[in-house]
Design a protein around this ligand. Structure first.
Ligand code: AR6
Length: 165
């Protein structure tokens, strides 16, 4: 598991994770960047799938991206409810499961939920790292997990979480 300051669309990994919304219709942030860089075939596949529940994830091919798959995960809109933590943890766990089911060995995550959806990044990073460590300890086909962070501040937060593992 490692962290990088990077645009997630430039990462070489079998799967990259999109911070999507439940309607899978695209949007700003990571979602906009992935659809712009990956081309229209990803959106066509999203339209065929239709929807994704909060806390769940769906998988598509990756169009023009370097990756084999894009995993579209839906984080909760942060409201400070007890359910938020469960749903964010579930979005990470579902993404890992989709990648494993597809036989992917490497996956790159953005900081799910902490942009437009407003999840406080310190809390979100702790949840992300906890879920991933748990999954790796249970025995996962995934060999390399990358966090692609967009800012120095986010990079520092995730680095700090990793030193606690
Ligand atoms: N690579 C890596 N990180 C990025 C990139 C990028 N290219 N672009 C932004 N970030 P967000 P959310 C960072 O808003 O909070 C969309 O409209 C960003 O700075 O992309 O889960 C969807 O359609 C932030 O730290 O995802 C949904 O409606 C983090 O990625 C909604 O936003 C996540 O920000 C999802 O909101």
């Amino acid at each position: 598991m490692h962290v990088l300051k990077a645009d997630i669309t430039t990462i070489h990994a079998d799967a990259i994770v999109n911070a999507a919304n439940g309607s899978l219709v695209g949007g700003g942030g990571v979602d906009g960047a992935i659809h712009r860089a990956g081309g229209p075939s990803i959106m066509e596949e999203c339209r065929r799938i239709g929807r994704c529940a909060t806390g769940d994830a769906v998988i598509t091919a990756a169009g023009h991206l370097q990756a084999r798959h894009v995993i579209h995960a839906v984080a909760p809109r942060y409201k400070g409810r007890p359910d938020d933590e469960r749903l964010l943890a579930s979005a990470y766990a579902s993404s890992l499961r989709r990648a494993e089911e597809a036989g992917d060995e490497s996956i790159a995550f953005p900081s799910l939920g902490t942009g437009a959806y407003g999840y406080p990044v310190e809390q979100a990073a702790a949840i992300a790292v906890r879920v991933i460590v748990q999954r790796l300890r249970q025995g996962s086909g995934l060999r390399r997990i990358t966090f692609a962070l967009f800012s120095d501040a986010d990079l520092a937060v995730y680095e700090r979480q990793l030193t606690r593992v």
